[in-house]
Design a protein around this ligand. Sequence first.
Ligand code: ZN
Length: 108
Amino acid sequence: MAYVHACSFCGWRRESATVVMLSPHCEQCGCTLDAVAPGDVRRPAGEDAAPALPSLKTPLVRLLTLVFAVVLLVAAARLGFARAGLNGGLVAVGVAGFLLLPFAPERI
Ligand SMILES: [Zn+2]
């Protein structure tokens, strides 16, 4: 019986003879794949319809995100340096960098 290893997030799929996956991650988005029968493949939501929200990967949004990150790091360094000297500035930059981690792209 043939199976399909499908990504329910982006719709990527590949044919397979077994349910066993040696590489269980989607090649496009990295999500975990589902092993299903070919008739049970679910299409990702919104595949037919136009996207409800505009893409956030525009150059303007990336530029604004970069400017925000730089301003946050500079402000943290200045505040930390003013309050506790060089060590405070380094700690504040580290904390600000840690808080910016969720905004870093998964694949740089
Ligand atoms: Zn995917």
